[in-house]
Design a protein around this ligand. Structure first.
Ligand code: ADP
Ligand code: MG
Length: 386
């Protein structure tokens, strides 16, 4: 789960990490009052969306009057943001954060993620922070310093001091930065984050260290023990089809291609996408109906796939283990009757009750259904169909 910057900022504040004062606004006219509340000096208005690259997209703006604040806010709330982290259609902006502007002497990068290879959290810090951090990671990875830490013991003070020194901080600044590192490391563990990132962490000309932008993601499996985090969920930022799938316990992720996939098991779904690509096709989605799929769940899966206009053919790939092929066949027949298949649906079934399922499908005699002999045959057929 992702949260907005203003929500991440609230979490940081409660953990003691220093941030500039800020206000959240949803209508442009409120920008004037927010600007005055922040002291009426200089402020930065930032779109609150679940995507980065806002600065370069023009959705982080420095303003120095109430009037300019209202104008900038109005523009951001009425334009879609397109950045390298959104699709070409961009995303709508519903909320803005206005933060007091600070003078920046240097921008640093600081984050915690799980290192899957080492199986422990890792804190990363760099003196090359700001809007070009992806570029730094690609071209100058040595500029990113790392400290791995124990998931129960947390980041240790000596590690934080070492990291602060490694990114060139000295004296009081090093002390302030290492305190923030310890606080961020603690927050990552306490809230079951999958990402806790401050970019940039800045030093002001008079040596103060502040968090200017933050991005926090959370492990959904730990939702149940963080009611405060779960309450930050913003459905308007989610893909509607993905939300609908979630309600029916389906794992669905929308992709850019035109071949809809209905598969049981995440591993099989991955290999289904691979084999589609191998035969020159592009999957329109990842959909794992899971092992305990019901006919209703499977019919809903078809509704979700077929609601996507980009889908020109569907590949159903079921390996019946816990999921039974006859349940899927039943769902296919129901879906064909209820929704109607206007596009070819290639079906590869194997495993538990496959003979019963084949018989059911043959008897139902649905024209759009194309049985496949095996997975390669299925991939060839569906790629040919689109
Ligand atoms: P994004 O990462 O989405 O581009 P940021 O919040 O990191 O958005 O803003 C981009 C840049 O804008 C920052 O690297 C910083 O240089 C500047 N900036 C952002 N907030 C402030 C602020 N409160 N005061 C001064 N400069 C800011
Ligand atoms: Mg940033």
């Amino acid at each position: 789960m992702k949260v907005h910057e203003y929500q991440a900022r609230a979490l940081m504040e409660s953990a003691g990490i220093p941030v500039p004062p800020s206000e959240v606004i949803e209508v442009a006219d409120d920008a004037a009052a927010a600007f005055q509340k922040l002291g009426g000096g200089k402020a930065v208005i930032k779109a609150q969306v679940h995507a980065g690259g806002r600065g370069k997209a023009g959705f982080v703006k420095l303003v120095d009057s109430s009037q300019e604040a209202v104008e900038s806010a109005g523009w951001m709330l009425s334009n879609r943001m397109v950045s390298n982290q959104t699709g070409p259609d961009g995303i709508a902006v519903r909320k803005l954060l206005m933060a007091g502007a600070v003078d920046i002497a240097r921008e640093y990068y600081l984050s915690v993620v799980l290192d899957r290879a080492k199986r422990v959290p890792v804190m990363m810090a760099s003196a090359e922070g700001g809007v070009e951090i992806e570029e730094v990671a690609a071209t100058n990875p040595d500029a990113i310093k790392k400290a791995w830490f124990h998931p129960h013991l947390g980041l240790q003070p000596f590690q934080a001091i070492g990291l602060a020194a490694a990114i060139g901080l000295r004296g009081a600044q090093a002390k302030a930065a290492s305190k923030i590192m310890l606080q961020l490391g603690r927050l990552f563990l306490d809230k079951d984050c999958s990402l806790a990132e401050i970019n940039p962490l800045i030093a002001t000309p008079d040596g103060e260290i502040l968090a200017i932008d933050a991005k926090f993601n959370f492990d959904d499996s730990a939702d149940f023990r963080h009611k405060d985090v779960a309450a930050m969920f913003d459905p308007s930022e989610e893909n509607p089809a993905e939300l609908r799938a979630k309600e029916h316990n389906l794992s669905y992720i929308a992709l850019d291609g035109n071949i809809g996939c209905l598969v049981n098991g995440a591993g099989l779904a991955m290999s289904t996408m691979d084999i589609i690509k191998l035969h020159g096709g592009e999957p329109a989605n990842f959909l794992d109906v899971g092992g305990s799929v019901t006919p209703e769940g499977a019919v809903e899966a078809f509704r979700i796939i077929l609601a996507d206009d980009a889908v020109k053919a569907v590949l159903v790939n079921i390996f019946g283990g816990i999921a039974r092929c006859d349940v899927i066949a039943d769902a296919l027949i129901k879906a064909a009757r209820e929704i109607g298949f206007q596009i070819p649906v290639v079906v590869r079934l194997e495993g538990t009750n496959v003979e019963i399922a084949r018989k059911m499908l043959a008897e139902a005699n649905i024209e759009a259904l194309k049985p496949a002999a095996d997975l390669t045959d299925a991939a060839r057929q569906v790629c040919a169909a689109v």
